[in-house]
Design a protein around this ligand. Structure first.
Ligand code: F0G
Length: 456
């Protein structure tokens, strides 16, 4: 087989500012060893997130110029609505400025004290929006999904037996909806199989609970189904996407991922009454229902992005470039979540730095090392992000200590990825020299964004 090349040419470029190792040591120290505090201009390869960081196509930029900025009934809205409807098959399409705005509106209406929301794994903003209403979000991921070293095709699947048990325990009347996140970001960007979506739907139908999809990375999920699931090899991406959504009663979406844009999102719904309530809240918080917190030009770019993301050669390149990085790391013995997910590589910091205990944040030590070694910005997903304290102030670590390297869409070429690989290998070779950190400042909530650290 020939090399899978980037299926695009580059028409407009953005220069990268290079820094020296000495400069980076100073910058990292000044930023309190927190990657969120580093100026983007001081970063060589930015793998902090795949959200809102996509490169838009010439056609999307043309759409930006063509956007209709009418307050009500903009033609860009109708183009957006048509494309979202083609993908989701849903009746009511409500634009929002990003994923969490959709979540905020949805859960403000269906949430509240005494309510429960199951998911394979809630993303942080989803959980936060659920908990903000007094409700509880519960993760019911299948067992293999919790083990970084086990290779399986669909590690994002929901545990069906646990879901049934959960519904019986909490009572179906207390579960306004069930969610499934495709791909499962917090669990390593792992896909969910069509079989599992279908089975979750069957359970939901039995107990009369609506099924919602957190659709951020729906196209990447569809590509995994095509490649890995029996019976889908000859189906087109749009057919697979339409089948996935056919089992859902609603969806929340951050278009900053598979919408291939820098801002935007939507809520897609089938229930008329719920749609009416959501639109009424949207008018208070986001804007009129034909723009929902976005400019007409943004709607135009999303509509175009949602067409381009279904292109199989794009998805092949996308998934392959992440997989390529993962394969090389595994060959060199670097511990990662296997197999690689759709949008990111997750380094298993517990195995990378077995001598640094969770209290000294091994993931953060790797993040610091990748920055110093090569100006790569990554993010810790472990005790810094999710650690809690017991009554005595002792850290309660989450089950995994990870470092996420999220790959922006259409932004970096293979030589950038090769460079990332070299930097990780260099850091791995010198891992015995890495030191842990202690936190010297932290905010009461979501501390990872603003915490400051010192070297141990
Ligand atoms: N759901 C999932 C699965 C996500 O990954 C995100 C965002 C959201 C919802 C919220 O969307 O940012 O548009 O409000 N994930 C980003 C990330 C921030 O870096 O993984 P948003």
């Amino acid at each position: 087989m020939k090399t899978i090349i980037e299926p695009f040419k580059i028409k407009s470029v953005e220069p990268i500012r290079f820094t020296t190792k000495e400069e980076r040591i100073k910058i990292l120290k000044e930023s309190g060893y927190n990657p969120f505090m580093i100026h983007a201009d001081d970063v060589i390869i930015d793998l902090l997130t795949d959200s809102g960081t996509s490169a838009m196509s010439a056609k999307q930029w043309a759409g930006i110029m063509d956007g209709d900025e009418a307050y009500a009934g903009s033609k860009s809205f109708y183009r957006f609505e048509k494309q979202v409807r083609k993908i989701t098959g849903m009746k009511y399409i409500i634009p929002t400025h990003q994923g969490r705005a959709s979540e905020k509106i949805l859960f403000s209406i269906v949430g509240g004290k005494g309510k429960y929301f199951p998911n394979n794994t809630h993303f942080d903003t989803t959980r936060a929006n659920i908990e903000f209403t007094g409700a509880e979000g519960v993760d019911l991921l299948n067992e293999t999904g919790k083990h970084p070293e086990i290779r399986a095709d669909f590690k994002g699947d929901m545990d069906i037996a646990k879901l049934i048990e959960f519904i019986k325990e909490k009572g179906k009347e207390n579960i306004p909806l069930c969610m499934i996140t495709i791909t499962n970001n917090s669990g390593g960007g792992q896909p969910v199989s069509m079989k599992n979506i279908r089975e979750v739907k069957e359970v939901c139908v039995k107990y009369n609970i609506p099924l919602f999809i957190d659709a951020c990375r729906f196209a990447e999920n569809a590509y995994f189904i095509k490649k890995r699931e029996k019976g889908y090899k000859d189906k087109s991406i749009i057919e697979i996407v339409q089948e996935m959504f056919s089992y859902a009663d609603g969806a929340t979406m951050s278009a900053k991922k598979d919408g291939l844009v820098n801002i935007g999102g939507f809520l897609a719904l089938n229930d008329e009454n719920l749609a009416m309530n959501c639109r009424n809240l949207l008018i208070v918080t986001e804007g009129f229902p034909t723009y929902g917190g976005l400019a007409g030009r943004d709607l135009e770019a999303i509509a175009q992005g949602l067409e381009e993301v279904l292109d199989e050669s794009y998805l092949q390149y996308r998934i392959r470039s992440v997989e390529y990085l993962g394969e090389r790391l595994v060959e060199a013995g670097v511990p990662i979540i296997e197999p690689p997910g759709g949008h990111a590589i997750y380094i298993d910091a517990k195995r990378f730095l077995p001598d640094i205990p969770p209290e000294q944040f091994p993931g953060q030590a790797i993040v610091g090392s990748l920055y110093i070694e090569g100006g790569i910005r990554s993010v810790e997903i472990g005790s810094v992000m999710f650690g809690k304290y017991d009554e005595k102030g002792k850290l309660i670590p989450p089950p995994m200590e990870l470092v996420r390297l999220a790959i922006p869409r259409r932004v970096y070429t293979q030589s950038h990825i090769d460079y990332v690989l070299e930097v990780i290998l260099e850091s791995f070779k010198n891992r015995n020299k890495l030191r842990g950190y202690k936190i010297v400042y932290e905010a009461p909530m979501l501390r990872h964004f603003t915490a400051r650290f010192e070297l141990m």
